[in-house]
Design a protein around this ligand. Structure first.
Ligand SMILES: Nc1ncnc2c1ncn2[C@@H]1O[C@H](COP(=O)(O)OP(=O)(O)OP(=O)(O)O)[C@@H](O)[C@H]1O
Length: 279
């Protein structure tokens, strides 16, 4: 639970207890527990197939086919940002942001939100006229103009170049400081997780392998000893070798049945990440 100024203890924005999601009898989320406080920024990392997007879809109420849970509490006012901006190509930028907003002030609010993400003057543009980073900024404006209590983001910057991604980090930090939603950010990028999150949760085979608070002082610059220690710990938890800067020695994927791919038995065994107690 979050303790707010004044000593009040706020109820968590998200509380999940013993969540199970199966596909064809296989547990993809396996009795998962997670709490996110209001205003808290949680990054969710984990290997491909570990269940990150599934968890996000359940919280977004896109996936309702959960097999079981003891508690599943999330706010009603949730916004979701995906890797692709998913703008309606036949609507101008401002109308994409205003879409579904109630009241006569909708367009004005959309304009203000676009200015907040640095797109003042581009309101009348068509989505196709914007770069990938600009489209993603529109998607952020569209999400935050609704003042969500919970912002869910599934690799929102994964398709952007490295420089744009860094600028998007700064933008998202500023927007979250202003709007103060609880955030669950799915990312493959350990540095992105460290740069943005209050907590990094590591998912492995549908269970939480580690839950680490990021205690680094701002600005969180790579190169400090404490940054490197946290980064190494997260890479290790992902089954990667920090000494190789995150590159695994083997790809860790199963061999094709006919043995094509030509390597040894060892390469068919994926590296086992360490499990850690909740910190
Ligand atoms: N609709 C579906 N039908 C069957 N299996 C599914 C479905 N959606 C997801 N899965 C399976 O659930 C597992 C978790 O998928 P999920 O997309 O949540 O993983 P992820 O951690 O987000 O992976 P990635 O990092 O590669 O995006 C995978 O093994 C996937 O094949």
């Amino acid at each position: 639970m979050a303790t707010h100024p004044g000593g009040l203890t706020a109820a968590p924005a998200v509380r999940i207890t013993s969540l199970v999601r199966e596909f064809a009898g296989r547990r993809v989320l396996d009795e998962l527990d997670l709490e996110i406080a209001p205003d808290e920024f949680v990054a969710l990392i984990g290997r491909s197939g570990s269940g990150k997007s599934t968890l996000l879809r359940v919280l977004a109420d896109i996936d309702r086919e959960v097999t079981g849970y003891a508690e599943l509490t999330a706010p009603e006012n949730v916004s979701v940002v995906f890797q692709d901006a998913r703008l309606l190509p036949w609507k101008r930028v401002v109308d994409n942001v205003a879409l579904g907003l109630p009241g006569p002030g909708a367009v004005e609010r959309a304009r203000t939100a676009l200015a907040e993400v640095g797109l003042a003057g581009r309101e009348a543009a068509w989505p196709v006229e914007l770069s990938g980073g600009e489209q993603q900024r529109v998607a952020l404006a569209r999400s935050l103009v609704r003042e969500p209590e919970l912002l869910l983001a599934d690799e929102p910057f994964g398709a952007l170049d490295a420089l744009t991604r860094l600028r998007m980090h700064a933008l998202l930090r500023r927007l979250c400081a202003r709007h103060r939603p609880a955030v669950l950010l799915v990312t493959h990028d350990v540095d992105e997780a460290i740069a943005l999150a209050d907590r990094v949760v590591v998912l492995d085979d549908g269970r939480i392998a580690a839950d680490l608070r990021v205690e680094l002082p701002a600005p969180r610059r790579p190169g400090t000893a404490s940054y490197a220690a946290l980064r190494d710990r997260l890479l290790t938890l992902l089954g990667l070798d920090p000494a190789l800067d995150g590159l695994p020695e083997e790809d860790g994927f199963p061999e094709p049945p006919d043995g094509r791919g030509g390597s040894t038995e060892a390469s068919a065994t994926r590296p086992e990440p360490a499990r850690e107690a909740r910190a």
